[in-house]
Design a protein around this ligand. Structure first.
Ligand code: NCD
Ligand code: ZN
Length: 332
């Protein structure tokens, strides 16, 4: 059995910097025709020059003319209309992090008071720059995403023309909320379709499955599976592939992030086939994102075939999701 995918897109990807960037970028550019590149570098991407330099670094590392890095800017409420207009053509979206909520997000937002965010969000709305949000409160870890939903709703209502993407949703509550506002959309990761908190901490602690937002309950995963496998047009694939060296994962104070980019399409094909929904994978990994973001990525054909693929134990110093496990689909 074979499955042809056209121009797969990963609409939430961490490519890091320096050596790590050089090593991991080809693992995405080989199989994806584009990706939305997260700006939580050190320091975060906040100027036009940084966007351009970062894009050049990625294009150089990709060694593949059919891979488009769609760039993002790290949100700040100091961005005004004039600045955003000058940078609009260099970015696809702006990513907002609550301060300190995840890896390299210290410079994020401290207040979600609408008045504080108004000037920037109104400018983004007028310039049609989508806003991507890491939606978690600073509450109890299992409740953080649910506690953030009222903020999504307030923003969606206050800025009805602003496209807002709820990044890496993990709960049934978010799966419901995204359908309740015309201007809300969501990305769903591979790992949140596969695992629950039990896989992370139900037995021996699994550092390579630890990420933000933390995986939740079986009924939450079921709600995500329902949206993704039916390729609901409000959702798209965003891996949130977030590599950290093994030494930072297998350590006290384990870094948050799961590395999925090189195995994502194979594992998605397996999941979609198991549920009898292979025909919906194209929409979930490409068509929905093209419509939501209004983009036309470079044409790239990826042929998946039903043939065993043993996930490598590591890619350099990074341990991937499902390391050593056998998948039923491989990339030709
Ligand atoms: C991401 C990272 O390492 O950059 N970590 C993660 O657990 N997902 C940041 C993020 O997207 O939260
Ligand atoms: Zn992320």
């Amino acid at each position: 059995m074979q499955l042809q995918l056209t121009s797969p897109l990963d609409m939430h990807l961490h490519l890091r910097q320096g050596e790590m960037l050089k090593n991991i970028t080809p693992l995405s550019s080989k199989t994806f025709s584009g990706a939305l590149i997260m700006p939580n570098t050190v320091p975060p991407i906040t100027t036009k020059e940084m966007v351009k330099n970062y894009r050049d670094e990625i294009v150089e590392a990709a060694k593949d003319g059919t891979f488009t890095p769609y760039m993002t800017l790290f949100f700040s409420n100091s961005y005004n209309y004039e600045f955003l207009q000058s940078i609009k053509d260099d970015i696809l979206a702006i990513k907002l992090y609550p301060a300190g909520i995840t890896t390299n997000s210290e410079g994020g937002v401290n207040s979600f008071d609408i008045e504080t965010l108004k000037e920037t969000l109104e400018a983004m709305s007028q310039l049609q720059i989508p806003l991507c949000i890491h939606g978690e409160s600073d509450g109890f870890v299992m409740d953080r995403e649910a506690e953030f939903i009222p903020i999504y709703k307030q923003l969606a209502t206050a800025f009805p023309k602003l496209k807002i993407v709820m990044e890496h949703i993990t709960t049934a509550a978010s799966a419901k909320a995204v359908l309740e506002h015309d201007n809300l959309y969501a990305t769903i990761t591979l790992h949140h379709l596969y695992i629950t908190l039990d896989d992370v901490a139900g037995g021996m602690l699994q550092p390579h499955l630890f990420c933000k937002p933390i995986a939740k309950r079986p009924e939450d995963r079921a709600a995500l599976i329902d949206l993704a496998l039916n390729a609901n047009p409000k959702v798209m694939f965003g891996s949130d592939s977030a590599p950290h060296p093994k030494s930072a994962k297998e350590a006290p104070g384990c870094a948050a992030g799961v590395f999925t980019a090189p195995i994502a399409l194979q594992a998605l094909a397996q999941l979609f086939e198991q549920h009898g929904k292979l025909e919906n994978l194209q929409a979930f990994v490409s068509d929905n994102a093209q419509k939501i973001y209004n983009i036309t990525p470079p044409k790239k054909s990826i042929l998946l075939e039903k043939k065993e693929f043993i996930v490598p134990d590591s890619y350099g110093e990074i341990v991937p999701f499902l390391a050593g496990k056998s998948l039923q689909w491989s990339i030709q």
